[in-house]
Design a protein around this ligand. Structure first.
Ligand SMILES: [Ca+2]
Length: 223
């Protein structure tokens, strides 16, 4: 009887928390990039509630300890005053360079403005392009205007949306590793980063054990 109660509570806790993804939001307005760390050799700063890279190409990572992205939406606002050729921004997964990587972003090259998604694999020394970019041409962006880059991820596909444009690509699974924001050629100014996150499985189990213990204690005292 007690064991079945324990299992029921454990399953209930898992169901509740695995189905309730929460938005992890960072607006940088407090002047602190909570949990974000810049890649070594790059310079990032918070300027008026905007997070930006002032030293050319680079990326930064989100160090998640108790929370994990397991599919859902990631969005970030961005703007910049000038757009050089061969520049772009993106959302990266696997930014710790130890696993496969998934990237979604927009850039400007000799063909104009493009949004795209792609998967890469890491062979130990370099990134291998796993399947090529799925691209979508978009209208030219306006300098200084704020846009929202929104990425919806499931275990089978990812869709990147910018205004009325979107591009999708099938995935071999939900990307693992840290979430990163990529900035190329110093034009990415980021704000209002948001990601759907759920507790890590280990945290869910610990929470379930804790709840089972509390309820078990209450039942025991009531008897
Ligand atoms: Ca802000």
């Amino acid at each position: 009887m007690k064991r079945s109660l324990f299992v029921i509570v454990l399953l209930a806790a898992f169901t509740v928390f695995s189905s309730n993804a929460q938005a992890l939001l960072e607006n940088f307005d407090d002047g602190v990039a909570d949990g974000w760390t810049a890649e070594t050799g790059t310079t990032w700063l918070i300027d008026g509630g905007i997070y930006k890279n002032n030293a050319g190409e680079g990326y930064w990572q989100k160090s998640t300890v108790d929370w994990d992205f397991q599919g859902g939406n990631i969005s970030v606002d961005f703007s910049k005053g000038y757009y050089a050729a061969e520049s772009g921004i993106g959302i990266l997964f696997g930014g710790d360079y130890t696993s496969s990587m998934f990237a979604a972003g927009l850039w400007k090259d000799t063909n104009g403005w493009i949004i795209g998604v792609n998967e890469y694999s890491w062979d130990g020394s370099r990134w291998q392009n796993a399947g090529g970019w799925n691209n979508q041409a978009i209208a030219a962006l306006t300098a200084g205007q704020q846009y929202t880059l929104s990425l919806d991820v499931s275990s089978s596909a990812a869709t990147l949306t910018l205004g009325s444009d979107s591009v999708s690509k099938s995935l071999s699974g939900i990307p693992s590793g840290n979430i990163g924001l990529y900035n190329s050629v110093s034009w990415g100014e980021f704000d209002n980063f948001s990601a759907d996150v759920v507790p890590e499985p280990s945290s869910i189990v610990l929470l379930g054990i804790g709840l089972a213990g509390i309820i078990g204690f209450a039942v025991k005292n009531k008897a």
